[in-house]
Design a protein around this ligand. Structure first.
Ligand code: 5GP
Length: 254
């Protein structure tokens, strides 16, 4: 497959056309940003960790019947995906209160949310991704009521699968963000699922194992990504297909 024209550059990923209709290449760059791009850095190998973990999660989800845009890895940073028409929603599932809902509502950090809380934001950096509700989503014609119901059902299923898988590695899935898109009449899970888009806490120590390490200067973010990528991708019985976390990762993490 040949990489063609650059289609889109985001804060940490670039998307390219290919010579195959309906297939794109997503390149996970080494850039990391927080606070709407207010904090930025480039960290060597960061793209490999996020690409590897995303590919691993997408493969596991596919094995469990969730349709994702993931097709295969081209190398450690580049993923071949289905071309989707993206829905500008950030669908966040929260199992424990943390982050913006603790800042904005009277939740104590770490309070379990049972059942999990789904929060949907409008994906628009210029508006700081404002929170939506069902009526706004429908009024903005971002989804019909039936489509929204389907998106929420998939989001909760993904949450159950990932929470169970991470629990086997002693990791709590606190919250995470998903993005969805259409190919024809089918909704696929798109974008990425990685340490950049999740909040992960070590079950024993409570230590952050995600981008909060970078956001709040909690330590060496690359050392954390390195360790957590190795820990996540060694779940027994999970998908093996086409997932390449850098070999160094596993060695260094031991
Ligand atoms: P919060 O609303 O607490 O800032 O974020 C909730 C969860 O969704 C966190 O795991 C966070 O990493 C993820 N998240 C929210 N907005 C974004 C975003 O714009 N980009 C990424 N990569 N993740 C996000």
């Amino acid at each position: 497959m040949k990489q063609k024209k650059l289609l889109y550059t985001g804060k940490a990923k670039s998307v390219y056309r290919t010579d195959v209709k309906g297939k794109l290449i997503v390149e996970f760059r080494d850039d990391i940003t927080a606070f709407d791009g207010g904090k930025k850095d480039t960290l060597k190998n960061k793209g490999c960790y996020n690409a590897g973990v995303s590919a691993f999660f997408f493969s596991c989800l596919e094995k469990n019947g969730v349709k994702t845009h993931f097709l295969e890895m081209l190398d450690e940073k580049r993923m071949v995906v289905r071309e989707l028409s993206m829905i500008p929603l950030e669908v966040i599932v929260r199992n424990l209160a943390a982050g913006s809902i603790v800042r904005n509502y009277p939740f104590k950090e770490g309070t379990p949310l049972k059942p999990p809380v789904i929060v949907i934001d409008y994906k628009d950096d210029s508006r700081h991704d404002p929170m939506l509700n069902d009526d706004l989503i429908i009024a903005l014609r971002l989804a019909t009521p039936a489509e929204l119901k389907r998106i929420k059902t998939i989001a909760l299923r993904v949450n159950t699968i990932l929470s169970n898988m991470l629990a086997q590695q002693g990791i709590t899935l606190v919250d995470f963000k998903m993005e969805f898109g259409w190919q024809g009449k089918t909704i696929y899970l798109g974008d990425e699922i990685s340490m950049d888009s999740m909040r992960l806490w070590d079950k024993k120590t409570g230590e952050s194992l995600d981008k909060d390490v970078y956001r709040f200067n909690k330590g060496d973010v690359m050392a954390t990504y390195n360790r957590v990528a190795a820990r996540i991708t060694k779940v027994p019985g999970a998908a093996k297909k086409a997932v390449r976390v850098p070999k160094k990762t596993r060695k260094q993490a031991r």
